[in-house]
Design a protein. Structure first.
Length: 415
């Protein structure tokens, strides 16, 4: 069968996802929803071991049993890209482990492509899995794609000085999918004159059937002592680039002038201890609630506790930034106006004055002004809430998955 026939004939699509449910996070949510709404055409190859602690992912078996799509698991898909420091024996062990991971992944890829008649493979992690793209060239007619979110090409990495590995991987695929105009521009800048024409934009979506407005749960209000409070809420992994530190600094002034205000921070991450210290140093620890991770089935309820969603993200000196900001659409879909930073791809998720307010995430004064404005102006909150619901409805995952499959089939998104 010719390569052209394989490009146009619908077939199985394999999504290679190092970051996948039950892991939480933006890219994991994207890949799960692409598969969920893919009409059983998409199968997923994912790890069952956590890259952060080396332990089995909690709940992966239960997730896979409930999933309406096929999930195959290997212990690890990604090679370790930080070689150990030490003697020759430690380096040899690292190399042998690296080769074993690659060999196992290459074997199952071969089996899936041949036995399961996979016609397209999408790589979900550009840097660590870039070698797979070269391996897939062995299969005539197989279509290869890479999904680029943003931070994986904006952030400096000692494993890839000068971004040579990333550039080579991007130039080796049939299709580059980007999640925002910011990411698209960054890819074009990275590749320069070698930029291919096959870069397609599929902005992130939102599961509108799950993320819906709901009354504030009385038991959660009591648990967090938020009764009768106006609640600013953040839901994210606690990282410096999310801007929660400056949101706390802005909230300190808000809280002094508006004593009924509280700040609920939902999520976990390495920056939590720093944020807790900031709250304590500012004297607002009694008005800030850190919920930590919450059960997946209670995530929507925690969004719905809020009156305004706040995540004033910003770019860091090493280039790390928000590639899109899926949480903004989730908050909109739950009926919340949002405050977002103007760096990175969040400007594709949030349109100033439409579904939220855009601010300079480096400016505490700008963040505070936006928080005060949305607290004081009920009409503006309602307008942004209504328009946010419309923005979220237009971003439902059904259309995003359909566009993804068209690209896997070799068709343009608009065809």
């Amino acid at each position: 069968m010719s390569a052209m026939a394989n490009q146009t004939k619908p077939g199985k699509v394999l999504l290679l996802a190092n970051n996948f449910a039950p892991v939480r996070g933006g890219s994991a949510v994207v890949y799960e929803n692409l598969a969920r709404y893919g009409g059983e055409r998409i199968c997923v190859l994912a790890p069952r071991i956590s890259y952060t602690d080396g332990l089995p992912l909690i709940g992966w078996r239960e997730h896979d049993r409930r999933a309406p799509y096929r999930v195959l698991r290997l212990p690890l898909l990604r090679t370790v890209i930080d070689p150990p420091r030490g003697g020759a024996f430690a380096r040899l062990r690292f190399r042998l482990s690296d080769v074993a991971i690659r060999a196992r992944l290459a074997a199952i890829l071969t089996w899936l492509i041949v036995a399961e008649r996979v016609r397209a493979v999408c790589i979900g992690e550009l840097l660590a899995s870039g070698w797979v793209i070269g391996f897939l060239r062995r299969f005539p007619g197989l279509r290869t794609l890479v999904y680029v979110h943003g931070e994986e090409i904006t952030t400096d990495d000692p494993y890839d000085p000068g971004h040579r590995r990333r550039r080579r991987a991007l130039l080796g695929v049939d299709e580059i999918i980007v999640v925002s105009r910011f990411t698209q521009q960054t890819v074009r800048h990275l590749l320069g004159p070698a930029t291919p024409a096959h870069i397609s934009l599929i902005e992130n979506g939102v599961d509108t059937a799950r993320f819906r407005p709901a009354p504030k749960r009385v038991d959660l209000l009591a648990l967090y002592q938020l009764e009768d409070a106006f609640i600013f809420v953040s839901v994210c992994r606690l990282l410096e680039k999310k801007g929660i530190d400056n949101a706390l600094r802005a909230f300190a002034g808000i809280a002094r002038e508006r004593p009924s205000c509280r700040f609920l921070i939902v999520g976990q991450g390495p920056y939590r201890a720093t944020l807790e210290k900031i709250a304590a140093d500012l004297g607002i620890a009694d008005r800030v609630v850190f919920s930590g991770l919450v059960p997946e089935e209670e995530l929507v309820d925690h969004y719905c506790l809020g009156d305004v969603f706040v995540m004033p993200n910003r770019a860091l000196p090493d280039g790390d930034t928000e590639g899109f900001g899926l949480v903004f659409l989730e908050a909109n879909s739950c009926g919340l106006p949002v405050i977002a930073g103007s760096d990175g791809g969040s400007t594709d998720a949030v349109h100033d004055g439409v579904n939220g307010l855009l601010v300079d995430g480096r400016s505490v004064d700008a963040i505070a002004a936006a928080m005060a404005r949305l607290h004081d102006d009920a009409d503006l909150r309602d307008k942004l809430r209504r328009q946010g619901l419309m923005v979220a409805a237009a971003a439902a995952w059904e259309g995003k998955s359909a566009a993804f499959l068209r690209l896997c089939d070799g068709l343009a998104v608009g065809d």
